[in-house]
Design a binder for this molecule. Sequence first.
Ligand code: ADP
Length: 379
Amino acid sequence: MELDQVLGRLAEGAKQVLQADAATVCLLDGDDAYLTVTAACGLPAGCWSREPIEVACSLLDKEALSGHPVIVADTRADPRAESVPGDYLSAMCVPLIHEGSPVGTLHVYALEPQRFCEEHAALLTPLADVGAIAFAATRALEALEELSTSKTHFIHVAAHELRSPVTVTQSLVRGVLKGYIGELTDRQTEVLVRISRRLDFLESLVNDILDLADVESLERTWEERPVLLNAAVGQAVLLMQPRAEEKGLEMALRPCRRRLVVWGTEEGLSRIFVNLVSNAVKYTPSGGTVTVSLRPLDGEARVEVVDTGIGIPQEAIPHIFEPFYRAPNAKALDEVGTGLGLAIVEDLVGRYGGRVEAASEEGKGTTFAVTFPVYEPTE
Ligand code: ADP
């Protein structure tokens, strides 16, 4: 809940509990010199503004901020009532105190005089205490969200900055390996091939970290809408086809005749299927097959990516969605991996209300099944 909403509820609660005619919440600025009306309830429009009020000029607030409730029995006869808005004839003001320091004030107003007494103050003070806690918690949450956004931004910038030198170095090393600057000895070739493989790893790590940061930050900007599953799955297969051919794999797509529509973002769904299909291609040795199918099942949309590859050891299956986890048989392969792809997949699938499951037998192959609720437009 946003700060304005929290304070709005506090003003409403105060007005209701005391059966007052109006209530306002004011917050202190950083120097404790000015107060700003941040929420109001029951006050006629034009009767209040968000213009900062100097604490020194508002005797009512000044006194309450010293730590105790202030009651004005009749605003016509009390000099502290100068800051009372409208035609209200009685008022009460209690401080909002958090961890021993005042953070603002809570006011209630009534149209008749002599409306508030000590009993009312005893009711309003605990409400103000709860309000101050809610205010502090909301502020802390806002600060945390800001921190998380800057953390994601930092990761994004750092990964981007790393990507270009890695790509440039990789292409230079490939050039040297191709003999562009002269013939290499066997030993030199061996070392450069090793460097090139480490650079491959670094490149995919940077890309996966960017993907993770993107999912956190871009998901908020990607537009959620009905997405045709056939298209998203088909594109992923098309994208991975050249790599499958290069490896000597047979790749088959079994689309669904029915239009299966799910609620999500095109970018997110595309990342899910590209990750799963590229894993299937990566972990299936030459001569194997990768089959991607799509069908409705029990009122849901189910996509299966089945391969005849190296499989996943049973004891590793519970860990494969953990960030950076890689099964021992995958690590032993001559394939680059970071262990981040499936963490991204699981996060995205969850955002669209779906689930992802893996079934596998080591040495025989793996099936990843993703299930989404079918999107039914409400007319
Ligand atoms: P990466 O492929 O970069 O290692 P992922 O997060 O995509 O990372 O996958 C995590 C682990 O799950 C892989 O390292 C591998 O052990 C296992 N895995 C994923 N997909 C398959 C697959 N199709 N066949 C065999 N193992 C797989």
